[in-house]
Design a protein around this ligand. Structure first.
Ligand SMILES: *[C@@H]1O[C@H](CO)[C@@H](O)[C@H](O)[C@H]1NC(C)=O
Ligand SMILES: *[C@@H]1O[C@H](CO)[C@@H](O)[C@H](O)[C@H]1NC(C)=O
Ligand SMILES: *[C@@H]1O[C@H](CO)[C@@H](O)[C@H](O)[C@H]1NC(C)=O
Ligand SMILES: *[C@@H]1O[C@H](CO)[C@@H](O)[C@H](O)[C@H]1NC(C)=O
Ligand SMILES: *[C@@H]1O[C@H](CO)[C@@H](O)[C@H](O)[C@H]1NC(C)=O
Ligand SMILES: *[C@@H]1O[C@H](CO)[C@@H](O)[C@H](O)[C@H]1NC(C)=O
Ligand SMILES: *[C@@H]1O[C@H](CO)[C@@H](O)[C@H](O)[C@H]1NC(C)=O
Ligand SMILES: *[C@@H]1O[C@H](CO)[C@@H](O)[C@H](O)[C@H]1NC(C)=O
Ligand SMILES: *[C@@H]1O[C@H](CO)[C@@H](O)[C@H](O)[C@H]1NC(C)=O
Ligand SMILES: *[C@@H]1O[C@H](CO)[C@@H](O)[C@H](O)[C@H]1NC(C)=O
Length: 398
């Protein structure tokens, strides 16, 4: 026990040395009575918790100047560990986000079996039954506008080879939430894919006309293709075209999430018996030549016509998962900072949108996609890096 803790500390120190550009902020502010850590800048205030390095609240003023809490979460940090449903609210799925087909993969000719946790144990979702977003990260530093979490994921945990050490940093600047994720495979080659699994309701569930997100407009200008999946959402190797005006066309222009819900193809579009979206869209920017993800424009824009709140998602990642919350059924509670007294304080079907910046899902089982350098990392490789910026603005409402 002692020696494994010691080795974890040594790994953390080594990882810090590797991250030469990383200089931890010099301050510790601590958490509030609910176990949450606040960071803020002009026009934005977020609360975070060690469990899954999750965002629990994000406060943005709407077009009328009224503050809305626009992400899903729980009121108390301690509830996350006991919640029976665990919908991955706002956390960092790891060490390998999304699904791993048949809970196995091959690296350098060696087959690895990881712990299954979905679809009668046919696959591994979000890193397994005790993936990163089931664990408390360590708060490494906390200032008024930034927080850094760390995790040491031991060799063999959930069946994955080798130790992984990761730092997750969230920083606020005016109207912007910045995410930087770094991860090092310190001992062996292993799959790494992280994401931010944030559920959005840009009205804070306070739109009196609807508790759903179906009227939000979504635009993904670089996403003319998506990854084909089977009935349980496992990639089957195909890359599919999002033909213009088809239900998966969000590239040719902004479209309401629910715009095509009367089209027959929307049924089963997110797996067997699922209506809507739970889809990994590719982000194709290569034709622009060398580009800076910070300035080339958002990979996605989501906007609510009621609150006027708009989020532009900038990222260095090459895929973008959208889930339209068809699996919600009025069981999950909303927070005391959200909702209206006039209706149930729960998340209804289609009451949210999950947007995940990530790489091509399950690419470890599709070697012909040639994504190894973005999916498999060893001690001799540069670290895994994910960066994103969520930029908020308001549009005039009707
Ligand atoms: C941290 O801040 C304190 C007080 O401002 C200062 O004395 C100390 O030198 C700082 N430490 C580092 C490592 O910057
Ligand atoms: C949150 O949970 C903790 C631990 O269970 C408890 O001490 C605290 O009072 C709770 N806070 C609120 C506001 O209920
Ligand atoms: C995470 O930390 C919270 C607050 O200290 C605690 O209540 C909870 O049991 C911890 N959960 C896990 C999975 O360690
Ligand atoms: C799934 O994994 C098991 C255990 O390694 C193996 O026996 C089986 O052949 C695999 N199935 C497929 C379809 O790859
Ligand atoms: C999962 O695997 C079992 C066999 O272990 C099989 O019966 C079942 O049809 C598979 N698929 C799903 C979606 O559960
Ligand atoms: C949603 O948008 C549709 C079409 O744009 C409109 O007819 C409808 O009234 C809107 N519903 C709500 C609840 O805002
Ligand atoms: C893969 O799944 C898509 C549906 O998502 C389907 O259109 C395609 O035919 C499937 N391809 C194979 C090879 O199974
Ligand atoms: C989807 O909705 C858009 C916008 O209303 C429309 O132009 C398009 O024809 C619809 N596609 C289908 C397949 O219904
Ligand atoms: C899909 O729905 C049909 C009709 O309700 C049902 O018979 C079937 O079992 C469902 N399939 C799955 C995989 O849930
Ligand atoms: C609603 O969803 C929850 C969580 O997924 C599930 O446990 C429950 O059985 C569902 N309830 C109904 C009525 O479908």
């Amino acid at each position: 026990m002692l020696s494994s803790k010691l080795s974890a500390v040594v790994s953390l120190l080594a990882a810090t040395a590797v991250a030469q550009s990383y200089s931890p902020p010099n301050s510790t502010l601590g958490s509030d009575a609910d176990g949450k850590y606040e960071i803020s800048a002009e026009g934005i205030r977020g609360l975070f918790i060690p469990y899954g390095a999750s965002i629990s609240n994000l406060f943005i003023n709407d077009a009328k100047g009224i503050e809305r809490d626009i992400v899903l979460g729980f009121d108390n940090a301690s509830h996350y560990s006991v919640d029976p449903f665990h919908p991955h609210l706002g956390g960092v799925p790891g060490r390998y986000a999304n699904r791993i087909k048949n809970s196995s993969f091959v690296i350098d000719g060696v087959k690895y079996q990881v712990t299954p946790n979905e679809n009668n144990n046919n696959d591994t979702l979000h890193g397994g039954p005790d993936g990163w977003d089931w664990r408390n990260f360590t708060v490494v530093s906390h200032t008024t506008d930034s927080i850094t979490f760390s995790i040491v994921d031991p060799d063999g945990k959930e069946g994955f080879p080798g130790e992984v050490v990761s730092y997750i940093t969230y920083t606020m600047t005016p109207n912007t939430w910045h995410i930087k994720m770094l991860a090092w495979a310190t001992t062996k080659k292993t799959p790494i894919m992280l994401s931010s699994h944030t559920y959005w309701n840009l009205d804070g569930f306070q739109n009196p006309d609807t508790p759903t997100a179906l009227n939000y407009t979504l635009h993904m200008p670089y996403s003319g293709q998506r990854i084909g999946t089977d009935g349980i959402l496992i990639p089957n190797g195909t890359i599919l075209p999002n033909l213009q005006y088809s239900v998966n066309d969000f590239w040719s222009g902004p479209k309401q999430i629910g715009a095509n819900f009367s089209a027959p193809e929307i049924d089963g579009n997110c797996g067997t018996n699922c209506t809507g979206y739970d889809t990994c869209y590719l982000v194709n920017r290569a034709q622009n030549g060398p580009y800076d993800w910070r300035t080339i424009g958002p990979v996605a824009t989501l906007a609510s016509p009621w609150s006027g709140i708009q989020v532009d998602v900038f990222t260095d990642q090459d895929a973008f998962q959208v889930y339209s919350c068809g699996g919600q059924n009025g069981t999950l509670p909303i927070k005391s900072t959200q909702g209206l007294d006039s209706r149930p304080r729960v998340v209804e079907k289609y009451g949210c949108v999950v947007m995940e910046v990530e790489d091509w899902i399950d690419a470890i089982n599709q070697p012909e996609w040639q994504r190894d350098k973005k999916n498999i990392f060893g001690p001799d490789d540069p670290p895994y890096v994910l960066e994103a910026a969520y930029v908020f603005s308001v549009n005039k409402t009707p």
